[in-house]
Design a protein around this ligand. Structure first.
Ligand SMILES: Cc1cc2nc3c(=O)[nH]c(=O)nc-3n(C[C@H](O)[C@H](O)[C@H](O)COP(=O)(O)OP(=O)(O)OC[C@H]3O[C@@H](n4cnc5c(N)ncnc54)[C@H](O)[C@@H]3O)c2cc1C
Length: 596
């Protein structure tokens, strides 16, 4: 059985030492997230994830979800009880507003708890994850009546939520969407159409399911400008708020799929179901996009979460598995062979995962903190700068963390050799589960296009300029010898990013294929620079902690070594990204479609 230990110390290092979140205690909810309060909250989350949720992961994968003849769906054994413990603990609403029954803590805390929950079981974590996404949409775009009717139940976790965008012929290109909405005399709508791949579309964990559905109102313009967003409850709430009449929405089937078997992925049939408009008519995509940043950050976190749990298991195995002798002579002469952790190639894989996980978590904390500032700061300028940061970094976090997160689950599996391919160790499950995060919530190719096509040019490049200014400012201010092993490679990488950005400005405007051909590499290059910057910030903090001699020197020294590995062996990949970007689209686009 795989193991998992939530990285509470790592998180506290980031919150208290690197990002010093006590500096933000003027923001609503942050005063309750002081260092002495953070530790018990994170430890409680860790306990739930390690002791209740993680043991459900492997058996849940084997059993999967079952759809019954009446359209109902049951989740694997233990999920209902686990979900109840999660909701009884108030975890669904730790960051939700207190007026709706939440605890009002920073959104950052939900992000961090969700990393642990996804490491414990990604399939389990998706039920609350989708609910938190739907809650955010209603919170931001719903009327007061809608908020009062749905939010308290969803924050409590008695009702869960879903997001219904995808249709059989329309995934990335939502302009093709056909689900129809017809206005009724009482102001409600009748929704008709088929949605596919709907996560948590039907299950037995909650007494009601609140579907958020994109549909086209009769007579609305074609394309993305004619799409509206609707609340379609499984049971229509009665005036007293309890679930009433069953709505005309049903799960037609559940998908047979590669991973996350314990999460029900449903075909949802809407057959004249009663729906309620949320936000303005024909502005449904805008409503979706305002919460897209956070949803994408959440998926990026899944990449990190799977990489972390896969790493932990690979590290245990590498210390245990005896094969061969160290190149420098036996390290454990009393044993039949040395543990495989003595081999540099096994170290290469472990260090790659570790160096990524620590920096990726820092990037998540930095970005989630900006989301809180963007929503909660009283200062308009601070809100705007944070919103710029979120917008720019979100596709990077989603694309980079899920691409590398998946790659890391493969590395961890590799460390297990043939045993990694055998189901009982759980390593192949991590690979299968991690794979979907590269596809949903906007396939990763689309994240690159979003970055170069929308986020870079937005507001005349204001967000990108702010990013460059921050990293350059940091490099300038940290030119001392001790920081040189970190700052000098970052400077080179940033130079590559600047050259790539300039190349795009000069070569992609007139020839858009050059932009399309560069997008994935540009995202990878940007991601490496962002992680490199995180490593500098962590190394600086680790050095300060070692100098202050406060008893964590060994862990901090380990951090400095891991950071050096990243700088020496991972960050130089920026040069290859730049070379590919500058090669342009010619060889990619030359062959005619029939030649493939
Ligand atoms: C397990 C699972 C759970 C899911 N959960 C949900 C859910 O809860 N709610 C929901 O609404 N959807 C959900 N989805 C759907 C998911 O979001 C879509 O599959 C995804 O957005 C991609 O759409 P598609 O499958 O139609 O691929 P397509 O849009 O057909 O894309 C195919 C490929 O072409 C590329 N491509 C497409 N257009 C372009 C372009 N313009 N430029 C460059 N490349 C392009 C894509 O990057 C991709 O690689 C889920 C899917 C799965 C498998």
């Amino acid at each position: 059985m795989p193991v998992y230990k939530a990285p509470v110390d790592e998180v506290l290092f980031l919150l208290n030492d690197v990002f010093q979140i006590s500096r933000y205690n003027n923001l609503p909810g942050f005063a309750d997230a002081s260092p002495d309060l953070l530790e018990p909250i994170l430890s409680e989350a860790a306990k739930l994830c390690e002791e209740v949720v993680q043991p459900l992961n492997l058996p849940g994968d084997r059993e999967g979800c079952t759809r019954h003849a009446d359209g109902s769906v049951t989740t694997p054994k233990g999920f209902k009880e686990g979900f109840k413990q999660y909701t009884d603990g108030g975890w669904m609403g730790i960051s939700a507003p207190t007026e709706y029954g939440g605890q009002g803590l920073p959104g950052l805390m939900t992000t961090l708890a969700n990393e642990m929950l996804n490491s414990a079981s990604m399939a389990f974590a998706m039920y609350p994850g989708l609910t938190q996404g739907a809650t955010a949409a209603i919170l931001r775009h719903g009327t007061d009546e809608q908020k009062a009717a749905y939010l308290p139940k969803m924050v409590e976790g008695r009702w869960t939520g879903t997001m219904n965008l995808t249709e059989p012929h329309c995934g990335t290109d939502l302009g093709l969407l056909r689900t129809k909405a017809v206005k009724q005399s009482d102001g409600s709508y009748k929704i008709t159409g088929t949605k596919i791949f709907i996560s948590a579309g039907e299950h037995d964990l909650a007494e009601n399911i609140i579907h958020l559905v994109l549909a086209r109102i009769e007579g609305a313009p074609a394309g993305t400008r004619g799409i509206s967003l609707f609340i379609v409850p499984k049971f229509l709430p009665k005036p007293d708020g309890s679930p009433g009449t069953r709505n005309a929405v049903a799960c037609g089937s559940i998908e047979e799929k590669m991973g996350i078997h314990a999460n029900s992925t449903c075909v949802m049939n809407y057959d004249g179901a009663t729906g309620f408009l949320i936000g303005e008519e024909n502005r449904g995509l805008n409503a979706m996009f305002t919460m897209m940043n956070e949803a994408r950050l959440g998926v990026g976190v899944q990449g990190l979460a799977l990489s972390e749990v896969a790493y932990q298991n690979a590290a245990v195995y590498a210390r245990d598995r005896l094969q061969g002798r160290a190149l420098t002579g036996p390290k454990f002469a009393d044993k039949a062979a040395d543990p495989i952790i003595v081999h540099p190639d096994v170290r290469r894989m472990l260090m790659t995962m570790r160096a990524f996980n620590e920096a990726a978590r820092a990037l998540v904390v930095w970005t989630a903190l900006q989301a809180d500032i963007a929503h909660r700061s009283p200062d308009e300028k601070a809100r705007q700068a944070a919103d710029d940061h979120m917008g720019l970094l979100t596709p990077v976090v989603k694309g980079m963390l899920t691409d590398q997160g998946f790659a890391n689950t493969v590395l961890a599996q590799q460390i297990f050799g043939g045993h990694g391919y055998i189901a009982e160790h759980g390593m192949e499950q991590f690979v299968r589960d991690a794979r979907i995060a590269m596809i949903y919530e906007g396939a990763n190719g689309i994240q690159g296009l979003d970055l170069i096509g929308r986020k870079l040019p937005k507001d005349a490049g204001r967000a990108m300029q702010a990013f460059f200014a921050e990293v350059q400012g940091y490099i300038k201010a940290h030119g001392d010898e001790t920081m040189k092993p970190y700052v000098a490679p970052l400077m080179a990488a940033l130079g590559h990013l600047q050259q790539a950005t300039m190349w795009l400005m000069q070569n992609a405007m007139a020839k858009p294929d050059n932009g399309g051909a560069a997008a994935t590499d540009y995202l990878g290059l940007f991601g490496l620079c962002a992680l490199g910057y995180m490593w500098c910030r962590m190394a600086e903090t680790a050095q300060a902690k070692i100098a202050s001699g406060n008893g964590v020197a060994e862990r901090m020294k380990g951090k400095l070594v891991t950071g050096r590995f990243f700088m020496e062996r991972m960050l130089p990949e920026t040069a290859a990204h730049l070379a590919r970007i500058q090669a342009g689209a010619a060889s990619m686009m030359e062959l005619p479609a029939e030649a493939f």
